[in-house]
Design a protein around this ligand. Structure first.
Ligand code: OAD
Length: 247
């Protein structure tokens, strides 16, 4: 499978990689779905919606402080680093991530589209103004926007919220123009992100899925790699670099 995939792709291809929580699982960040997933233990409607924030902002902040703390103590894994190597190998490369953990940035990938925001950023719940607040937010004393007095919330996309149109438009544009599209560690059930592999396929891209399980997009993938991303992607980049050295 690896040999066939390596023969199929070329450095002149436009490569797009879509990642989900599975790429960070080997760093110790919990995924959302599956037996150990966050949504098996917590109710998204109580923690990740605007109405939950309006009803119980302190509970929502406690949860995000816990997740921030968890993410601050983890490091990129070989899957994140391999993606950064892929960015150097392909002439044109875009990473689209649903993750809010910032691990791709720590692994020095440069062209990143963050579809669902970033857990380390904050914004005003009323006027959307961004806020750089380095310290933890005190759930019992939530800071207010200096423009409109709205409460400060994490700058992540919650259920029922629209994605920033410029960001999702860019993600669709890149997917439509991809020659090779990797879907890595995502259950491919949350739209619009889950539509991107389909769009890429419909525009002629070779679609490669790296996921320990099958997903709703497995049927359309030209290659389904049933491996951990932190194991398979370093193998792949090693093989791709051999092509360079062999000329
Ligand atoms: P999920 O938790 O839904 O899916 C994680 C996927 O990663 C599953 O398909 C696993 O099989 C796979 N997986 C786990 N470990 C892996 C590994 N080591 N290597 C490869 N694959 C592995 O996470 P997402 O698809 O990212 O949205 O979820 C999408 C969105 O749903 C999230 O961005 C979040 C959530 O609600 C928002 O917060 C808006």
């Amino acid at each position: 499978m690896l040999e066939k995939l390596v023969k199929t792709i070329s450095p002149y291809h436009r490569c797009v990689v879509l990642t989900g929580a599975g790429i960070s699982a080997e760093s110790g960040v919990p995924t959302f779905r599956g037996k150990e997933g966050l949504w098996g233990k917590f109710k998204p409607e109580e923690l990740a919606t605007m109405s939950a924030f309006m009803a119980n902002p302190e509970v929502v902040w406690e949860w995000y402080n816990w997740r921030r703390e968890l993410m601050e103590n983890v490091e990129p894994n070989p899957g994140h680093w391999a993606i950064s190597e892929m960015e150097k190998w392909f002439d044109e490369f875009t990473l689209i991530t649903q993750n809010v953990d910032g691990l791709h940035r720590l692994a020095r990938t440069r062209h990143i589209i963050e579809l669902h925001g970033n857990i380390y950023r904050n914004k005003c719940a009323d006027c959307n103004q961004s806020f750089e607040i380095k310290d933890d937010i005190d759930p019992n004393n939530i800071p207010r926007c200096d423009k409109c007095e709205g409460k400060i919330r994490p700058d992540v996309v919650w259920f029922g919220e629209m994605l920033d149109s410029r960001i999702i438009d860019e993600a669709f544009y890149q997917s439509e123009h991809a020659d090779v599209f990797f879907s890595v560690g995502t259950s491919a059930v949350v739209h619009p992100a889950a539509s991107l592999p389909l769009v890429a396929k419909n525009h002629g891209a070779v679609v490669v899925e790296v996921n320990i399980e099958e997903t709703p997009i497995t049927y359309l993938a030209d290659f389904h790699i049933p491996s951990k991303s932190g194991e398979f992607l370093p193998e792949l980049i090693k093989e791709l670099k051999k092509i360079d050295s062999e000329g």
